[in-house]
Each structure stands twice: as C-alpha cells, then as structure tokens.
Design a protein around this ligand. Sequence first.
Ligand SMILES: Cc1cc2nc3c(=O)[nH]c(=O)nc-3n(C[C@H](O)[C@H](O)[C@H](O)COP(=O)(O)O)c2cc1C
Length: 432
Amino acid sequence: MAKPFHLGWFMNFSPDAWDADFSAGGSPWDGKFHTEMAVALERACFDYIMLEDTLMVSEAYGGTAEVTLKHALQVPKHDPIPLAALIAAATTRLGVVATMSTMAWPPFMLARVASTLDHIAGGRFGWNIVTSGEDIAAQNFGMDKLPPREARYEMADEYVDLVCRLFDTWEPGADVKDRATGTYADFRKVHTLNFEGKYFRCRGPLNTVRSPQGRPAFVQAGGSPRGRAFAARHADSIIATANGIKGMKAYRDDVRARAIEAGRNPDDIKVLFLAYPTIGDTREEAYAKYERMINAPSFIERALASTSTVTDIDFSKFPLDEPLPPLTTNGEQGSLDKFAQWGSGKTLRQLAKERFDGEIKYIGTPDEVAALMGEVMEEVGGDGFLISSPFQRVSRRFIVEITEGLVPALQRRGLARTAYTKTMLRDTLREF
Ligand SMILES: Cc1cc2nc3c(=O)[nH]c(=O)nc-3n(C[C@H](O)[C@H](O)[C@H](O)COP(=O)(O)O)c2cc1C
C-alpha cells in the first residue's frame, strides 16, 4: 500500500482577479474568493494553505515598477493576517499559515497576533517565518538596504527564541477562572521575561491567553545553507524548491541531517516541494495548455520579471540567447539556483520557459500527474508537495482541477489523506 504524503497550497497574490467575472457583485478583494478557495482545499483534506507575503512593489526588473505592475507580479495583494482570520473562521480542519517577516514585525506584536490567530483557528495557525529578501522592502522600514543574509538569520534566531518565550509567558492553565476566589488568571503563572538580546529587548508577558497549540506551527523556506540550518532548527514544515529528484532528495536529506544535529526528530519536519501542475482531460489537452502558456507573447518577460522579484537580480540585462553568468543573491538563493540550472548550458530564454518546472513536468490527466507525484515522492523519500499556479494566477478553474481532479486521483492511489483525523495543525503535520 502506498504511503500518503502531505499537501500544502501556496496562496500568493490574490484572486484570478481582473480576468474573473465579478459582474454579479462582490469584489476580488473582499476576501470571499480566498475563503471559497480554503473551503475547497479543506474538502480535499490539504494540510494547510500558505499565504505568502512580500512588502514592496518590485523594481528589480528593468529598474522600475513598470513590468511588475503591468503583469501584476506579486502585487497587488492583501495583507495575509486579516485573510488568515477570515479563512480560519470559514474552515474547521485546514491549517492556516501566514507569512510575517522578522524584518517588519516587532516580536511582541507578532507573538500576539499569532497567538490570537491560533485561537481563532482553534489551533490550526502557522507562521511562515521569513526575513525578507529585497532592499526596497527594507526601505519601507527605515533601512537603506537589507542586512546580509547571515545577519538576517542571526537576528531571526534571536527573534524566534524571543517569540517562543513570549508564547510561554502564559503557563498552560494560567487562566484559572476560579469563581471561589474571583480569580480570572493566576499571576504566579503569567511571567515577565525581561529579555535582553543582541537585537531585541522585551519585557513581557504577552497580554493574550496561551493559544491552543502553545506556539503556532512554524513554516520556513530556507534555501541557503544558513537558511536551511535555521529551518531545521525551528520549522514544523519546510516549503522548498529544488530541481529534479536528485535536487529534492539532496535538499531533504540535508535539512533532516541538520535537524538531527540540532537535536530534533527529523520526522517532525515535513518538507513540501513546490509543484505547478497543469491538468487536462487528456494528456494532449494538458500539454496544449502548457504550450499555450509558455508560448504566450509576454511569457518570457513575466517569467524573468517574476524571477527578478524574488532574487533582486535584473534579468532584463542579460542576453536571452546566451547562458547566464554565475550569479549570487542576498534574496532567494534557492529560487535562483533552481531557475538557473547551473551547468546545464541552457540559454536564458530556455531557462525562462522552464521557470515553473525544471526537470520534472507535472503535466497530464489527474491520474498521470498523481502517478508521477507518487513516483517522485517514492524516490525523494517524502514529505509532500506545495501546490502553486504559474504567475500566481489562482483561478476557480485551477482550484477545481486540483481539488476535484488531482487530489481524488491521489486519494485513489492511497497517496493523499481522505479525512482529517486531527484538529490542530502540528498534529495534522505529524499524522504520518
Ligand atoms: C515556496 C517558497 C515560498 C516562499 N515564500 C516567501 C514569502 O511569502 N515571503 C518572503 O519574503 N519570502 C518567501 N520565500 C523566501 C524564503 O523565505 C527564503 O528567503 C528563500 O527560500 C531563500 O532562502 P535563504 O533565505 O536561505 O537564502 C519563499 C521561498 C520558497 C521556496
């Protein structure tokens, strides 16, 4: 019998928005599309929906926001926190993960909002821990440029330590609600911290009551060695991008080894790999759809600009029909490495066309894609996939293709859960 794997959903951007039909009323921005999507994912028994976030309008491609805005690349978007609250209220089992940057949020505020969301979600909230990757995002927070990666992660380590201590300022059961003495909370069980770190100072305690999970689930996406070390130390789930089975296996083996080094059980970390499935009723139809996408007139520009956005590298500067020179970034190194397929000798144009798949193409009927995913997981060793759609164009049609096409095909093969058995996100992640 096949072993089931985990499924996450990468919710970046907003609704299918301007090419969807809202003529019957409503707006793509009122949150209803997001909750509809989450309800569909819950019906398909996804582990979680992950609401991505960045904090800028990118000018990385061509030095202006023209292409970013023309193609709506990662903007406009909503703040993930109110969306997470709406989604949590509309669902009962689906994990709700929101991205918050350690660069942007004061630790006390982050701990409090995360605790509040974990209550609203009944223990299903997760925090996607990011340190941000763009200089112009840093400029929205009073800095001239982003600190180097090493420094960002050093700060983030201290940040997470502080936030965890804040979660623990309320002992379990501190809200004694003792009618005999008229006591709501026992002050001996609510602790001041007086945290004095290298980067942060915080008195504590939190002024929210301890949340159902104690601390929400942690999600992270470290790509660099330093980022992987961070993820291995803190994450309950890692969202990753890696090229081909070899790359995926190497990534997962590496973070599991790092987890053991950090004294953790590697099975407590579920690594979900990004996948962009293209589903059709027939193989031919699916491939025709894929070909239409990559041969669309603006595809190359959008593929390059969206890569510029996450790597802070201006790809408009490189000739399309030559291989890329060696490059590094203070932004998303893992995404750069996957995109660049170093050593393949491919031209920039070829790389752009493969922006969403690389070596493995999840294209075909639901059954074909389900079979392929099963084979990939078998070779990689686990733990599942983070489903996304190219250019963040999340349409109702795409949601249905996945939740009512691909997922049932996975379920028939025993590769995806058919019912939730747990109520809290960390438990759902550890179910198998
Ligand atoms: C699937 C995936 C999702 C990510 N989502 C976000 C996000 O929402 N916001 C963000 O600022 N960074 C996001 N990142 C970037 C990561 O937080 C991280 O910075 C990146 O993977 C590079 O790793 P490094 O920090 O170790 O260099 C994401 C990365 C991946 C692979």
